[in-house]
Ligand binder design. Structure first.
Ligand SMILES: C[S@@+](CC[C@H](N)C(=O)[O-])C[C@H]1O[C@@H](n2cnc3c(N)ncnc32)[C@H](O)[C@@H]1O
Length: 207
């Protein structure tokens, strides 16, 4: 008999839509909706996607960047290969410097957009999960700082809680524009929100 979780999934609108439209996860719609409103990914862009498995955001990003862009997904879990030459995956922990070196090799050391949907395994203890997730968001921000071009964008999931304010303060120091987004496809009962940083003040590229 299917579990409650599986039954809930099957009833979910975006889960069923993703199945129908061939996306690997319902998360694709979160990125598509956010980008439809805010246009931070553009045709021809190089996009790094952190915490990318099973690859729903990679599919969405590939649609937006078209044939001339590049999408690179990173995850500790394997990501099934894509048929497109310009969609590449790397298996590794974003906290491991070797993973970052691998990313540099594939991307040439630069990106127009860094995405992060990274989530820890949930313990069910809110303070613990919030702290672990913010720590991964912080690592994602560091990678964004290393790779982003002037005019680039950082789009990152964060769990709401005590530590969020400090993270937002840091984002405001680094980016000229910071927005907080809750796409329709993100469940209202979920504490996740997304932050978007535009135009890093301290981009190391093209300076
Ligand atoms: C919500 S899922 C991402 C879904 C994805 N955006 C999509 O559209 O299919 C979060 C991912 O973060 C990954 N993750 C967690 N910790 C990580 C780490 N330290 N390094 C790399 N990936 C990590 C998990 O393996 C998981 O696949």
């Amino acid at each position: 008999m299917p579990s409650n979780r599986l039954l809930e999934k099957r009833r979910d609108f975006f889960y069923r839509l993703a199945k129908k439209e061939g996306y690997r996860s319902r998360a694709s719609y979160k990125l598509l909706q956010a980008n439809k409103d805010l246009h931070f990914i553009k045709n021809g862009d190089t996009v790094i996607d952190l915490g990318a498995a099973p690859g729903g955001w990679m599919q969405a990003a590939r649609e937006i960047v078209g044939d001339t862009g590049l999408v690179i997904g990173v995850d500790v879990s394997p990501i099934r290969d894509f048929p497109d030459q310009n969609v590449k995956s790397l298996r590794g922990d974003i906290k491991n410097p070797q993973t970052v070196s691998g990313l540099k090799e594939i991307s040439g050391g630069r990106a127009d957009v860094v995405l992060s949907d990274v989530s820890p395994n949930l313990s069910g203890i809110w303070e613990v999960d919030h702290a672990r997730q913010l720590d991964l968001a912080q690592t994602s921000l560091q990678i964004a700082r290393d790779f982003l071009e002037i005019g680039g964008a950082f789009f990152c999931k964060v769990f709401q809680g005590d530590l969020l304010d400090d993270f937002l303060k840091e984002l405001r120091l680094i980016f000229q524009v910071v927005k907080i987004i809750k796409p329709k496809a993100s469940k209202s009962q979920s504490s996740e929100i997304y932050v978007l940083g535009l135009s890093p003040r301290f981009a190391v590229r093209n300076t």
